[in-house]
Design a protein around this ligand. Structure first.
Ligand SMILES: NC(=O)c1ccc[n+]([C@@H]2O[C@H](COP(=O)([O-])OP(=O)(O)OC[C@H]3O[C@@H](n4cnc5c(N)ncnc54)[C@H](O)[C@@H]3O)[C@@H](O)[C@H]2O)c1
Length: 318
């Protein structure tokens, strides 16, 4: 099948492209390279990349021509940036998703759309289930929820089948540690490899449900062939284990890299939540999603990749 992957040059999009090509799909990518990089697609030359902006309806319509599936990964991803630039984040994430749905309607394509655990905000009970009322507490989280609602309503209004996947802290090889908007695992690995002081926001006891990249790619693949009752819904895509504190993640990375980091603590970041913990029963029963990678194993693979990229000659410890 011909598939469109938006955000194809980003972390998740590029891994997904590689998997779709390996599964013999014809893959078109759309990315404006604002955050992603052509390097991420270097090992997947079969992807036909269109450099363009998701916010332009004509660009998305053109990119989606002949596609039966759209995997919508592109977004302005950072919570802190969304606090500073709420209009920009909303344009990219909401208008961009609208354009994807317009294109899907024109092509009679199905859509799997990347959402985020951030839509839950701070909740009183855990684990987080899809039937809880979302309480987004940043413009990023609000834009992701708005995108989910657009997806759901496009099924009801125009019959466009779409599924939203609420990713929980995705990590793995290929993540950019140098971006201003990098997430904590690549930043910690790079700091440990270079002997820098990692920065922890708050006391580090905030805990996250970390999800390895291969499991997220698999979630997209199983969602694309989901049964009818799954369409129009949002699903938690978590790692399937007990949440891990930020301090514990740093301790594992320190052990794997042989570093003895002395972290700097700053104030907690506005918009950050204290705990994420996904109940993945719905994704398991309706999509057949079953994460395979324990955090330590995923971190080992990530550290190996980062060591080869950023500290060649240093090997990760087993
Ligand atoms: N990484 C995570 O932990 C995580 C967690 C929850 C949700 N998500 C969601 O998963 C998706 C992919 O995230 P990622 O980690 O791969 O991020 P990423 O920043 O690596 O990838 C996003 C890609 O979208 C592209 N992009 C941004 N704005 C664009 C625009 N206007 N037009 C075209 N392309 C544009 C960027 O250049 C980049 O290549 C995003 O929708 C994000 O919100 C990610």
């Amino acid at each position: 099948m011909r598939c469109l992957v938006t955000g194809a040059a980003g972390f998740i999009g590029s891994h997904l492209c590689a998997r779709l090509v390996a599964d013999d799909h014809e893959v078109v990518g759309l990315d404006d390279l604002s955050e992603g990089s052509l390097d991420n697609l270097a090992a997947t030359p079969d992807v036909h990349l269109i450099e363009g902006d998701l916010r332009h309806e004509d660009t998305v319509l053109m990119a989606a021509e002949g596609c039966g599936m759209i995997f919508h990964q592109a977004a302005a991803r950072s919570v802190p940036r969304s606090m500073l630039m709420p209009g920009f984040t909303t344009d990219v994430n909401v208008r961009g998703t609208l354009n994807v749905l317009l294109a899907a309607n024109e092509q009679s394509a199905r859509v799997v759309s990347a959402s985020s655990s951030s839509v839950y905000g701070d909740q009183d009970s855990f684990p987080l289930r899809e039937d809880m009322a979302p309480k987004p507490r940043s413009p990023y989280a609000a834009s992701k929820l708005a995108a989910e609602i657009l997806c759901e309503s496009w099924l009801r209004t125009y019959g466009v089948p779409s599924i939203s996947l609420r990713y929980f802290n995705v990590y793995g090889p290929g993540q950019d540690p140098t971006s201003e908007y990098a997430t904590l695992i690549p930043k910690f690995v790079l700091a440990c490899l270079k002997g820098d002081r990692p920065v922890i926001h708050g006391d580090g006891e905030q805990a996250r449900d970390f999800t390895y990249i291969d499991d997220v790619v698999e979630a997209n693949v199983v969602a694309a062939r989901a049964p009818d009752e799954a369409w129009g819904k949002a699903f938690n895509i978590g790692g399937g284990q007990t949440p891990t504190s930020v301090n514990h993640i740093l301790a594992i990375i320190a052990e794997l890299t042989g570093a003895e980091p002395d972290p700097t603590h700053t104030d907690p970041r506005p918009g950050d939540v204290l705990l994420t913990d996904a109940d993945i029963a719905l994704a398991g029963s309706l999509l057949g999603y079953k994460p395979q990678t324990p955090v330590r194993e995923g971190l080992q693979k990530a550290v190996e990749w980062f060591s080869a990229q950023f500290a060649p000659g240093r090997r990760a410890k087993g």
